[in-house]
Design a protein around this ligand. Sequence first.
Ligand code: PYC
Length: 404
Amino acid sequence: MKDIFRKQRMWRAAGELKDSYDAVVIGGGSHGLATAYYLGKHHGMSNVCVLEKSYIGSGASGRNTTIIRSNYRTPEGARFYRRSVELYERLSQELDFNLMFSQIGHLTLAHSDRAMITMAERAEVNQLLGIDSRLIYTDDVKEICPEIDASGDVTWPILGALYHGPGGIIRHDAVVWAYARAADRQGAEIHQNTEVTGIDVTNGRVSGVQTNRGSIACDTVVNCTAGWSTTIADMVQVDLPIWTSILQAFVTEPVKPFLDVVIVSSQMHVYLSQTDRGEFLIGAEVEPYSTYSNRGTLPFLESSARHVLELFPQLSSCKILRQWTGICDMSPDYSPIMGVTEVDGFLVDCGWGTYGFKAAPIVGVTLAELVATGKTPDIIEPFKLERFYADRPVSELAAAAVSH
Ligand code: PYC
């Protein structure tokens, strides 16, 4: 009996915190756990811990809409997410865990001439980088998704779309668990219910972390806390140009599968996919006010349901099962902020807006490399915090799933 349990265990019981670690990762979501895993796998660093104030995956990793894609607008963004999708494509095999990555394709609808131009520009950037992404027209949309109302008899007729074949959906909680198990097997410790209450800095360098379970000495801290990144950065007086808001989503009751592509309408501020369970997973844009509240709102349900019904009137009697919110860190240019800061040893991984979950593998690989070698990998160089002081934004607003 005991042997069976040992084989099935996901990760070791946490035990006590050690007095010191080579690196402390704050945040037990997909990014933090991936970073811990690649630190071990690629760099042989196992004296590492992940501190999570709640349970792993309780933040943005468990509260997103599971969409993976790389059809971004900027070359910097598209290159970065292309690498992430490539890593996701072999992640089930690498982590020996079925992540149910369904590359069903991703359609960003265009309902105006201006939107068609934006989609054409994105397609060009994508194609130059070898990303499968192209502009298609109404008849192609009907062919890919016969169930959508592509008639002209609606408020926002569909003129075309950006079609991105490799895009799709994945089981987000499985990504978290798989990375946690893999990080554990590399020797990293995962401490849940462990809240960081302070970070020590000595002579401009990180020297330790204070937690609700005691103090740790360390000279490298990685802030992978998604919505809470500014509260952690405040502990070392690093000023992040981030505001925090919520993204809401809901699922319907399960129905017989008919939608096998992700549908996004920026114009209508809505996107949906059908999960493997048959539920329609529907989301909208980030709320226009700053909050940390996890409470969903009725206006969100009303407006998203109304827009979905314009695209799929056949869902009119489908019941809503549950709704949730996720906390998003919004950066001024809608691109992430990654890498070094003015405090030596304090690294950030934040400003992900609504894009974070898609980036987990490449974030893990690149942050682990930065921690282990002290050198910023080329692919994340454009995303450094200093770009805001050097006037080098990476404007990714045009690639937001829904206009923010
Ligand atoms: O950018 O693909 C996206 C996205 C999905 C949900 C929110 N944003």
